[in-house]
Design a binder for this molecule. Sequence first.
Ligand SMILES: C[S@@+](CC[C@H](N)C(=O)[O-])C[C@H]1O[C@@H](n2cnc3c(N)ncnc32)[C@H](O)[C@@H]1O
Length: 198
Amino acid sequence: MFTASGKQKFMIKNSLIFNFIKDKHVASVAPTSKKNVLKICKRIDFNKDIVIVEYGPGNGVFTKYLLSKISANSKLIVIERNKGLALELLKNKDQRLKVFNDSAQNINQILEKENIEKVDYVISGIPLSFLNYQEREELVKNTYRALKNKGIFIVYQFTKKSKKLIVKYFNNIYSHIRPLNMPPLFVFEAVKISENEY
Ligand SMILES: C[S@@+](CC[C@H](N)C(=O)[O-])C[C@H]1O[C@@H](n2cnc3c(N)ncnc32)[C@H](O)[C@@H]1O
């Protein structure tokens, strides 16, 4: 019979699959592959000092990549609603990283706490189709408010259901698909090109 050692039990408890079984909002048993992380982040200009917000970091596959790329004066704010996953991310003591165990819908209050007016990029891996329509709309609208003019909302999803809602707020949207991901990943890059606020 297989009995897990202390270290193995710790690794299992912090894996996406363990949290997936306990929390339907985790929505994925495996982290996004490194190759897809690179492709999904290709629009980000790492040569400038920037502020990025990440929704649903899970076990931090994007977080680690973004921290390896951003400048010393840039900031990364991650918002993860699953407590176990957020606690794990809090172990990263990088001064540029701020971890919030909260819902992405609360982005505006979180930025206010951090004294940040607007951000350059929001990257989202949360399963939008798991939210009801009102929550989804609140999330997209609040993200629009949080972005600077020309800021980009990057969304990766297993379905393209939420595209219509993103188009309602962001008039400039480019979409592509990562067909080799299982299941295929839809990626939307929505640019805020208007000063109109909702
Ligand atoms: C599909 S996993 C993606 C994990 C990781 N970003 C990756 O690419 O492997 C979705 C993550 O979003 C989190 N999540 C779901 N709804 C959320 C919400 N409303 N606000 C913040 N995080 C949320 C889940 O707990 C989970 O960690």
